[in-house]
Design a protein. Structure first.
Length: 293
């Protein structure tokens, strides 16, 4: 399998350090990637003022198997990162479009959207599964999914659960092999296609574990889960803004943790008291602060 090639970066390097002909050709391609990906070799060469063989030589110098593969690489670059290729930056402004307003409005909108996919029956089913588990495994791969997995552990450990959180793919699979019929496995994936989490679900299921996916519906992870929170994050096109999926996942996690705590009831209150007392005594902790935060 050939290694993935970032053709844009390679062309930028040719623009800076290539021969005069390579620089001319790279400039033409980078100036209009969509046009370059659909133009004939003759048209590209004419526009750059170079010979047609120069286009072929440029492609091979980039590690590609000729001009056909160059055009494919350009098309892939547009499809995958097009929004990041044409952006010239967002204006800095005050008022409703300030950075504070942009982030807070996106968070509110995302929370409202995810609230519509949650319902009492789904939350109740998940909370009851967690409340009855002897062991809970939490899996997340990737930036936001890893954060969500760790936040889930942080929310649930204080309830006295036997928890294991795994972010590394090999450890996820190894941990899943220790599951049994009293284990619940929770997996996060914004794509629904994180292979290590999917594999771990399938491994855990063969040992009788119950699996809960927070992932887009009709994805590999959703299809191998017993219970699915069908969350799909859609990019909003603002390339300078962090995506807002974290707010959605926090809402899902806190909703489930809250209902699980209600189901467990008074039996977990002493756990919370012990945590509060330990922090207050050991760290000169302000007892009015939120528990464990």
């Amino acid at each position: 399998m050939k290694p993935l090639i970032d053709v844009v970066t390679l062309l930028q390097a040719k623009l800076a350090n290539g021969t005069k002909a390579e620089q001319s050709l790279a400039a033409v391609i980078l100036d209009d990637l969509p046009g370059a990906s659909s133009s004939s070799i003759a048209a590209l060469a004419k526009k750059a003022g170079v010979s047609e063989p120069t286009v072929t030589r440029l492609a091979t110098s980039l590690g590609l198997d000729g001009t056909r593969e160059l055009k494919i690489a350009l098309a892939q670059a547009i499809a995958i990162g097009g929004a990041y290729l044409s952006s010239e930056g967002e204006p800095i402004s005050l008022g409703e479009h300030s950075s504070i307003g942009t982030i807070s409005n996106s968070a509110i909108r995302t929370i409202n959207e995810v609230s519509e996919i949650l319902n009492d029956e789904l939350v109740e089913t998940i909370a009851k599964a967690l409340a009855g588990a002897d062991k809970i495994q939490i899996l997340g791969t990737g930036g936001i999914s890893s954060m969500a997995a760790e936040l889930t552990e942080f929310r649930l450990f204080r309830l006295g659960f036997n928890l294991t959180t795994r972010l590394d793919g090999r450890l996820q699979r190894m941990t899943a092999s220790l599951a049994n019929t009293s284990t619940v496995v929770i997996g996060f994936s914004l794509s629904g296609a994180a292979s290590s989490v999917v594999d771990s679900f399938n491994i855990a299921r063969q040992y009788g574990a119950q699996t809960i996916a927070i992932a887009p519906p009709d994805t590999p992870l959703a299809r191998c889960a017993h219970i699915v929170v069908p969350y799909r994050y859609v990019e909003d096109g603002q390339v300078y803004k962090p995506n807002s999926a974290s707010f959605a996942l926090m809402t899902i996690i806190d909703t489930i943790a809250y209902r699980t705590t209600q189901i467990l009831g008074p039996e977990i209150v002493d756990n919370l008291r012990r945590i509060k007392q330990t922090l207050t005594i050991a760290e000169d902790y302000d007892s009015t602060l939120p528990l464990g935060d």
